[in-house]
Design a protein around this ligand. Structure first.
Ligand code: C2E
Ligand code: MG
Ligand code: MG
Length: 272
Protein backbone atom coordinates (compact mmCIF):
# COMPACT_ATOMS: atom_id res chain seq x y z
CA UNK A 1 0.00 0.00 0.00
CA UNK A 2 2.76 2.45 0.95
CA UNK A 3 4.73 1.83 -2.22
CA UNK A 4 1.56 2.41 -4.24
CA UNK A 5 1.09 5.86 -2.75
CA UNK A 6 4.66 6.90 -3.44
CA UNK A 7 4.43 5.61 -7.01
CA UNK A 8 1.31 7.71 -7.52
CA UNK A 9 2.83 10.85 -6.07
CA UNK A 10 5.91 10.31 -8.21
CA UNK A 11 3.77 10.34 -11.36
CA UNK A 12 1.88 13.36 -10.07
CA UNK A 13 5.06 15.43 -9.64
CA UNK A 14 6.33 14.28 -13.00
CA UNK A 15 3.17 15.42 -14.76
CA UNK A 16 3.36 18.76 -13.01
CA UNK A 17 6.93 19.16 -14.21
CA UNK A 18 5.94 18.33 -17.77
CA UNK A 19 3.06 20.77 -17.61
CA UNK A 20 5.40 23.47 -16.34
CA UNK A 21 7.89 22.81 -19.12
CA UNK A 22 5.11 22.90 -21.72
CA UNK A 23 3.85 26.20 -20.36
CA UNK A 24 7.34 27.66 -20.49
CA UNK A 25 7.73 26.47 -24.07
CA UNK A 26 4.41 28.17 -24.92
CA UNK A 27 5.58 31.41 -23.30
CA UNK A 28 8.88 31.22 -25.14
CA UNK A 29 7.12 30.63 -28.44
CA UNK A 30 4.73 33.54 -27.85
CA UNK A 31 7.70 35.74 -26.96
CA UNK A 32 9.61 34.83 -30.12
CA UNK A 33 6.51 35.33 -32.25
CA UNK A 34 5.62 38.69 -30.69
CA UNK A 35 9.13 40.08 -31.00
CA UNK A 36 9.61 38.79 -34.57
CA UNK A 37 6.25 40.13 -35.72
CA UNK A 38 6.51 43.40 -33.90
CA UNK A 39 3.53 42.60 -31.71
CA UNK A 40 4.91 43.62 -28.31
CA UNK A 41 2.40 46.01 -26.78
CA UNK A 42 2.85 48.72 -24.18
CA UNK A 43 0.00 49.09 -21.70
CA UNK A 44 -0.11 52.25 -19.61
CA UNK A 45 -0.72 52.43 -15.87
CA UNK A 46 -1.57 55.92 -14.57
CA UNK A 47 0.58 57.66 -11.97
CA UNK A 48 -1.22 60.38 -9.97
CA UNK A 49 -0.29 63.25 -7.65
CA UNK A 50 -0.65 62.15 -4.04
CA UNK A 51 -2.55 65.25 -2.90
CA UNK A 52 -5.16 65.73 -5.62
CA UNK A 53 -5.09 62.29 -7.31
CA UNK A 54 -4.71 64.17 -10.59
CA UNK A 55 -3.00 62.34 -13.43
CA UNK A 56 0.68 63.28 -13.81
CA UNK A 57 2.31 60.42 -15.72
CA UNK A 58 2.14 56.76 -16.64
CA UNK A 59 4.28 53.63 -16.59
CA UNK A 60 4.54 51.59 -19.78
CA UNK A 61 4.22 47.85 -19.09
CA UNK A 62 5.03 45.26 -21.75
CA UNK A 63 2.31 42.82 -22.80
CA UNK A 64 2.36 39.90 -25.22
CA UNK A 65 -0.40 37.43 -26.12
CA UNK A 66 -0.42 33.66 -26.51
CA UNK A 67 -1.80 31.90 -29.61
CA UNK A 68 -5.36 32.13 -28.25
CA UNK A 69 -4.98 35.84 -27.68
CA UNK A 70 -4.74 35.66 -23.88
CA UNK A 71 -2.39 38.10 -22.19
CA UNK A 72 0.76 36.64 -20.66
CA UNK A 73 2.10 38.24 -17.50
CA UNK A 74 5.51 40.00 -17.72
CA UNK A 75 6.60 37.99 -14.69
CA UNK A 76 6.50 34.97 -17.02
CA UNK A 77 8.08 36.36 -20.20
CA UNK A 78 10.54 39.01 -18.93
CA UNK A 79 12.83 36.46 -17.17
CA UNK A 80 12.87 34.32 -20.33
CA UNK A 81 13.55 37.36 -22.53
CA UNK A 82 16.39 38.35 -20.20
CA UNK A 83 17.92 34.89 -20.46
CA UNK A 84 17.76 34.61 -24.26
CA UNK A 85 18.54 38.24 -25.06
CA UNK A 86 15.15 39.04 -26.61
CA UNK A 87 14.73 41.69 -23.89
CA UNK A 88 16.77 44.09 -26.03
CA UNK A 89 14.27 44.04 -28.91
CA UNK A 90 11.31 43.79 -26.56
CA UNK A 91 12.42 46.85 -24.58
CA UNK A 92 12.99 48.80 -27.77
CA UNK A 93 9.54 47.91 -29.11
CA UNK A 94 7.98 49.17 -25.88
CA UNK A 95 9.88 52.46 -26.25
CA UNK A 96 8.74 52.74 -29.87
CA UNK A 97 5.09 52.18 -28.91
CA UNK A 98 5.44 54.85 -26.21
CA UNK A 99 6.98 57.27 -28.72
CA UNK A 100 4.09 56.61 -31.14
CA UNK A 101 1.68 57.38 -28.32
CA UNK A 102 3.45 60.63 -27.42
CA UNK A 103 3.51 61.71 -31.09
CA UNK A 104 -0.14 60.97 -31.68
CA UNK A 105 -1.56 62.50 -28.50
CA UNK A 106 -1.83 65.94 -26.99
CA UNK A 107 0.13 65.20 -23.83
CA UNK A 108 -0.83 68.50 -22.17
CA UNK A 109 -4.51 67.87 -22.75
CA UNK A 110 -4.21 64.32 -21.40
CA UNK A 111 -2.41 65.73 -18.38
CA UNK A 112 0.69 63.55 -18.64
CA UNK A 113 4.11 65.09 -18.15
CA UNK A 114 6.11 61.90 -18.72
CA UNK A 115 5.93 58.18 -19.38
CA UNK A 116 8.12 55.74 -17.47
CA UNK A 117 9.73 52.97 -19.51
CA UNK A 118 11.41 50.00 -17.80
CA UNK A 119 15.01 49.15 -18.69
CA UNK A 120 16.31 45.68 -17.89
CA UNK A 121 19.79 45.27 -16.35
CA UNK A 122 20.55 43.14 -19.43
CA UNK A 123 20.00 46.12 -21.71
CA UNK A 124 22.73 48.00 -19.83
CA UNK A 125 25.27 45.44 -20.90
CA UNK A 126 25.17 46.83 -24.42
CA UNK A 127 27.79 49.53 -24.84
CA UNK A 128 25.70 51.20 -27.54
CA UNK A 129 22.51 51.45 -25.46
CA UNK A 130 22.64 55.27 -25.49
CA UNK A 131 22.86 55.38 -29.28
CA UNK A 132 20.07 52.83 -29.68
CA UNK A 133 17.69 54.71 -27.39
CA UNK A 134 18.54 58.03 -28.99
CA UNK A 135 18.11 56.50 -32.46
CA UNK A 136 14.56 55.43 -31.61
CA UNK A 137 13.52 58.70 -30.05
CA UNK A 138 15.05 60.82 -32.83
CA UNK A 139 13.54 58.58 -35.50
CA UNK A 140 10.13 59.21 -33.96
CA UNK A 141 10.78 62.90 -33.34
CA UNK A 142 10.02 62.71 -29.61
CA UNK A 143 11.59 64.92 -26.93
CA UNK A 144 13.55 62.53 -24.65
CA UNK A 145 12.48 64.57 -21.62
CA UNK A 146 9.09 62.83 -21.94
CA UNK A 147 10.78 59.51 -21.22
CA UNK A 148 11.69 58.50 -17.67
CA UNK A 149 13.73 55.32 -17.72
CA UNK A 150 13.12 52.98 -14.76
CA UNK A 151 16.05 50.92 -13.55
CA UNK A 152 16.25 48.53 -10.61
CA UNK A 153 19.08 48.15 -8.15
CA UNK A 154 19.90 44.85 -9.78
CA UNK A 155 21.34 46.91 -12.63
CA UNK A 156 23.80 48.47 -10.19
CA UNK A 157 25.83 45.35 -9.64
CA UNK A 158 28.47 46.63 -12.02
CA UNK A 159 28.41 50.15 -10.61
CA UNK A 160 31.07 51.71 -12.83
CA UNK A 161 29.52 50.45 -16.04
CA UNK A 162 26.04 51.45 -14.94
CA UNK A 163 27.08 54.97 -13.90
CA UNK A 164 28.87 55.49 -17.20
CA UNK A 165 25.84 54.28 -19.15
CA UNK A 166 23.39 56.36 -17.13
CA UNK A 167 25.54 59.47 -17.58
CA UNK A 168 25.80 58.92 -21.33
CA UNK A 169 22.07 58.35 -21.72
CA UNK A 170 21.13 61.18 -19.40
CA UNK A 171 23.32 63.61 -21.34
CA UNK A 172 21.13 62.93 -24.37
CA UNK A 173 18.08 64.20 -22.47
CA UNK A 174 16.43 61.17 -20.84
CA UNK A 175 15.61 61.09 -17.13
CA UNK A 176 16.20 58.21 -14.71
CA UNK A 177 14.00 56.72 -12.01
CA UNK A 178 14.92 54.04 -9.48
CA UNK A 179 12.32 51.23 -9.54
CA UNK A 180 11.33 48.78 -6.78
CA UNK A 181 13.32 50.43 -3.98
CA UNK A 182 13.53 48.11 -1.00
CA UNK A 183 12.83 44.94 -2.95
CA UNK A 184 16.37 43.73 -2.88
CA UNK A 185 19.62 44.88 -1.48
CA UNK A 186 19.37 48.63 -1.04
CA UNK A 187 22.47 50.76 -0.78
CA UNK A 188 22.00 54.45 -0.05
CA UNK A 189 25.56 55.59 -0.73
CA UNK A 190 25.52 53.93 -4.14
CA UNK A 191 22.14 55.44 -4.86
CA UNK A 192 23.44 58.94 -4.08
CA UNK A 193 25.91 58.67 -6.95
CA UNK A 194 23.18 58.08 -9.53
CA UNK A 195 21.35 61.04 -11.06
CA UNK A 196 17.83 59.76 -10.38
CA UNK A 197 14.98 62.24 -10.27
CA UNK A 198 12.51 59.90 -8.61
CA UNK A 199 12.53 56.80 -6.40
CA UNK A 200 9.69 54.28 -6.59
CA UNK A 201 9.01 52.47 -3.32
CA UNK A 202 8.35 48.79 -3.93
CA UNK A 203 4.80 47.67 -3.20
CA UNK A 204 5.92 45.11 -0.63
CA UNK A 205 7.44 47.87 1.49
CA UNK A 206 4.23 49.87 1.19
CA UNK A 207 2.11 46.86 2.18
CA UNK A 208 4.39 46.01 5.08
CA UNK A 209 4.07 49.56 6.38
CA UNK A 210 0.28 49.34 6.20
CA UNK A 211 0.12 46.17 8.27
CA UNK A 212 2.87 47.22 10.64
CA UNK A 213 3.52 50.98 10.58
CA UNK A 214 6.84 52.11 12.03
CA UNK A 215 9.33 54.93 11.45
CA UNK A 216 11.45 53.15 8.85
CA UNK A 217 9.51 54.05 5.70
CA UNK A 218 8.69 57.65 6.76
CA UNK A 219 12.38 58.23 7.55
CA UNK A 220 13.43 56.69 4.27
CA UNK A 221 11.09 59.02 2.39
CA UNK A 222 12.42 62.02 4.35
CA UNK A 223 16.01 61.07 3.54
CA UNK A 224 15.25 60.64 -0.17
CA UNK A 225 13.54 64.00 -0.31
CA UNK A 226 16.55 65.65 1.37
CA UNK A 227 18.69 64.09 -1.34
CA UNK A 228 16.47 65.73 -3.95
CA UNK A 229 14.50 62.71 -5.22
CA UNK A 230 10.75 62.84 -5.59
CA UNK A 231 8.96 59.71 -4.37
CA UNK A 232 6.39 57.40 -5.94
CA UNK A 233 4.61 54.73 -3.89
CA UNK A 234 3.67 51.59 -5.85
CA UNK A 235 0.93 49.06 -5.21
CA UNK A 236 -1.74 51.45 -3.87
CA UNK A 237 -4.89 49.34 -3.67
CA UNK A 238 -7.21 51.39 -1.47
CA UNK A 239 -7.93 54.86 -0.10
CA UNK A 240 -6.29 54.12 3.24
CA UNK A 241 -3.01 53.29 1.52
CA UNK A 242 -3.24 56.37 -0.68
CA UNK A 243 -3.78 58.61 2.37
CA UNK A 244 -1.01 56.98 4.38
CA UNK A 245 1.55 57.33 1.57
CA UNK A 246 0.54 60.96 1.01
CA UNK A 247 0.88 61.64 4.73
CA UNK A 248 4.42 60.29 4.97
CA UNK A 249 5.48 62.54 2.08
CA UNK A 250 5.20 60.53 -1.13
CA UNK A 251 4.67 62.80 -4.13
CA UNK A 252 3.08 60.34 -6.54
CA UNK A 253 0.97 57.21 -6.29
CA UNK A 254 0.49 54.21 -8.58
CA UNK A 255 -1.77 51.22 -8.08
CA UNK A 256 -4.99 49.36 -8.75
CA UNK A 257 -6.93 51.83 -6.55
CA UNK A 258 -6.46 54.36 -9.37
CA UNK A 259 -6.22 51.98 -12.30
CA UNK A 260 -4.56 48.85 -13.55
CA UNK A 261 -2.44 49.04 -16.71
CA UNK A 262 -4.68 49.98 -19.65
CA UNK A 263 -4.36 49.57 -23.38
CA UNK A 264 -3.46 52.85 -25.03
CA UNK A 265 -7.02 53.12 -26.39
CA UNK A 266 -8.52 52.56 -22.93
CA UNK A 267 -6.12 55.12 -21.48
CA UNK A 268 -7.15 57.75 -24.04
CA UNK A 269 -10.86 56.99 -23.50
CA UNK A 270 -10.49 57.37 -19.77
CA UNK A 271 -8.45 60.55 -19.67
CA UNK A 272 -9.32 62.67 -22.71
P1 C2E B 1 7.29 47.00 -12.18
O1 C2E B 1 8.14 47.75 -13.14
O2 C2E B 1 7.55 47.23 -10.73
O3 C2E B 1 5.80 47.37 -12.56
C1 C2E B 1 4.74 47.41 -11.63
C2 C2E B 1 3.95 46.12 -11.60
O4 C2E B 1 3.06 46.16 -10.50
C3 C2E B 1 3.08 45.92 -12.84
O5 C2E B 1 2.99 44.51 -13.06
C4 C2E B 1 1.74 46.45 -12.36
O6 C2E B 1 0.64 45.95 -13.08
C5 C2E B 1 1.74 45.96 -10.94
N1 C2E B 1 0.86 46.75 -10.08
C6 C2E B 1 0.60 48.07 -10.18
N2 C2E B 1 -0.23 48.48 -9.23
C7 C2E B 1 -0.53 47.38 -8.47
C8 C2E B 1 -1.36 47.17 -7.31
O7 C2E B 1 -2.01 48.07 -6.78
N3 C2E B 1 -1.39 45.91 -6.81
C9 C2E B 1 -0.70 44.88 -7.38
N4 C2E B 1 -0.80 43.68 -6.83
N5 C2E B 1 0.09 45.05 -8.47
C10 C2E B 1 0.17 46.29 -9.01
P2 C2E B 1 3.25 43.83 -14.45
O8 C2E B 1 2.73 44.68 -15.57
O9 C2E B 1 2.77 42.44 -14.34
O10 C2E B 1 4.84 43.85 -14.57
C11 C2E B 1 5.64 43.12 -13.70
C12 C2E B 1 7.09 43.47 -13.85
O11 C2E B 1 7.57 43.06 -15.14
C13 C2E B 1 7.38 44.96 -13.79
O12 C2E B 1 7.43 45.41 -12.45
C14 C2E B 1 8.74 45.01 -14.46
O13 C2E B 1 9.75 44.64 -13.59
C15 C2E B 1 8.58 43.95 -15.53
N6 C2E B 1 8.24 44.62 -16.80
C16 C2E B 1 7.03 44.95 -17.31
N7 C2E B 1 7.16 45.56 -18.51
C17 C2E B 1 8.50 45.62 -18.76
C18 C2E B 1 9.28 46.13 -19.85
O14 C2E B 1 8.80 46.72 -20.83
N8 C2E B 1 10.66 45.98 -19.75
C19 C2E B 1 11.24 45.38 -18.68
N9 C2E B 1 12.59 45.29 -18.66
N10 C2E B 1 10.54 44.91 -17.64
C20 C2E B 1 9.18 45.01 -17.68
MG1 MG C 1 8.69 49.60 -13.30
MG1 MG D 1 8.15 48.80 -9.72
Amino acid sequence: HVSNVSAESYIYIDEKEIEKTNKQTDVKRALEYSVEHYLVEAYLQPIVKSGSHELIGAEALARIKDLEGNLISPDKFIPIAERNGRINQLGEQVLERVCDFICSQDMKKLGISWINVNLSPIQFMRQDLDKRLLGIIRGKGVDPAYIHLEVTEEAMIDETLLLKQIQNIQSTGFYFVLDDYGKGYSNLSRLKKCPFINVKIDMNIVWEYMSNPDEVLPNMVKTFKKLGFSITAEGIENEEMADAMRDIGCDYLQGFYFSKALTMEQFIDKYS
